[in-house]
Design a binder for this molecule. Sequence first.
Ligand SMILES: Nc1ncnc2c1ncn2[C@@H]1O[C@H](COP(=O)(O)OP(=O)(O)OP(=O)(O)O)[C@@H](O)[C@H]1O
Ligand SMILES: [Mg+2]
Length: 362
Amino acid sequence: MSSRLEAENLYKVFGRRPDEAVERLRRGADREELRAEGTTAAVIDASFTVEPGQIFVVMGLSGSGKSTLLRMLNGLLEPTAGQVRFDGQDLTAISDRELREVRSHKISMVFQHFALFPHRSVRENAAYGLEVQGVPRAERERRADEALALCGLAGWEKSWPDELSGGMQQRVGLARALATDADLLLMDESFSALDPLIRRDMQDQLLDLQKSLKKTIVFITHDLNEAMRLGDRIAVMRDGSIVQTGTAEDILIRPADDYVASFIQDVDRSRVLTAGAVMDRETRGDEADCGCETATPDTPFTELCAISARLTHPVAVLDAKRKLVGVVTGQRLVGFLGDEQTAPVSCDSPRDTDGGKAVARA
Ligand SMILES: Nc1ncnc2c1ncn2[C@@H]1O[C@H](COP(=O)(O)OP(=O)(O)OP(=O)(O)O)[C@@H](O)[C@H]1O
Ligand SMILES: [Mg+2]
């Protein structure tokens, strides 16, 4: 299976002599050095792949280059160097006309600020992408209404944007992207302007839609909790470069550097980790033989804690074929909830027979 989207050694430099700047970056110059000369290295040597049906999140602080990277993915910005391949087609090598075609049929963008037309109805807004494609009115209205219904806006088709709350307006933006049937959705801070509760609601809705629609999504955010909730894979950007790419668990358990580690301090680990990430794969006992409750690698951390509390021995983790793939002690659960992933150091004290539960309950 080939990747849906591939970015290979992408660079974007704003300012004078961008090609020369890329050469200097390749030789090890950093962003600050170029900035001193009035040149901005917005994206530096970014490479990643996104598989069909994945949500790929790009996370980073303001100015780290996220929007610039996203705009290169649909050709709104031309890379200074590097390639973008969409379904194997090199978007940096095709004509402007072909690029417009790809952009109107295969890639949709959802922005942070709803970007709705105030003098068009909700239905007309949702149908806008189809109108650009030249789809006849009756069909585009039917497809717009379907997309609005998917986004929970059935009954609002004839309303005006200013009659809708912020969350509802953002859903119209999402419906507009979904109505075009585009395979690839590019979402730039699409939920950032929303109140926390509505934002969570939108995240849930996106995850829910994604279960049936299975779009390929690149989602930009500066919020690590949002990244961890939504992302099948996450790229962390710093000063124009991607410093780590991995699953939420990879990033939590093995942060690539101190910068990423400082980011994840405030993340609620219990919401991200699963049994597969915290289990001990080496020390396997007979925990699965007693008929007690067991977990699977997908069991969420909180559920795992509940199971552990009901058992007097470590939790057995079984795969789909009911084969024991690891065990989780109470001690290990406590360790992962904090910041500690190393195995306990052995000592001469009497063996802890309850798998660390005493600590867990303390
Ligand atoms: N058209 C442009 N011309 C010059 N510099 C630009 C341009 N667009 C972006 N930049 C610079 O490139 C850097 C990265 O900007 P970008 O908008 O990609 O960051 P971002 O991560 O999306 O930030 P934010 O979270 O604030 O949206 C910034 O220093 C910005 O000033
Ligand atoms: Mg941005």
